[in-house]
Design a binder for this molecule. Sequence first.
Ligand SMILES: C[S@@+](CC[C@H](N)C(=O)[O-])C[C@H]1O[C@@H](n2cnc3c(N)ncnc32)[C@H](O)[C@@H]1O
Length: 238
Amino acid sequence: MKKEIKQLLKSVNLELRRVTSEMKQEERELQFHQNLYQKYKDFTMIPEREFVDNLELCRRHTHIKGVIVECGVWRGGMSAAMSEVLGRDRTYFLFDSFEGLPDAKEIDGNQAIAWQANKTSPGYYNNCKAEEEYAHKAMQMAMVKNYYTKRGWFSETLPFFPKEEKIALLRLDGDWYDSTMDCLVNLFDKVVPGGIIIIDDYYMWDGCSRAVHDFLSTNKRVERISRSLNGVCFIYKH
Ligand SMILES: C[S@@+](CC[C@H](N)C(=O)[O-])C[C@H]1O[C@@H](n2cnc3c(N)ncnc32)[C@H](O)[C@@H]1O
């Protein structure tokens, strides 16, 4: 009996140590992600909690091989921080018009049209127009060598995405219906099985969620739409 109790205490102790070490590891990672937010906060318009959740999603996918693509990078802060989690030895593609957002249409919803009309609101960010130089600076701060910025409208640049490339993680942040649909039509098939597609605006803008639903439905896709703790939408590719 004594021997059994000793054995039980030993295994409880081992389990406690395992849980404690896992918790410490999680705390270290959270701190690292929060530090990355501080490093890149002038290069992103994503709020800290969502930014950190994006990095947490990246952390869970470091084992997936392939290139990383962000469509709608603005000043490149999210791509740069992702590279610090996913590794500098990969290739990164940053797509953006660097001219700001196209005009919102009826399909994007009244809120989107009203947001774009209100040019003096603090969240307007000059219609999301950014100098391309910022994106280069962010990627240089992350010390990524293999990266490409692709300037222009998604409908014109994405069809030229290299055929041979396989995408491990695709991050969509183009806000509107057409922008999101252009990305899905051109890049969804290039995401490897087990890869992940993060969709920044799914819970924010009607046009984005409509595009995701239309694309999945038209292509008879069975992928589920998931949500992180702080509301980041993502899809695991089957
Ligand atoms: C909300 S911002 C992206 C925010 C950025 N990911 C960050 O970390 O802060 C949206 C970006 O998408 C770009 N964009 C939207 N639709 C586009 C399209 N159809 N073609 C090219 N760029 C587009 C805009 O120029 C803008 O920089």
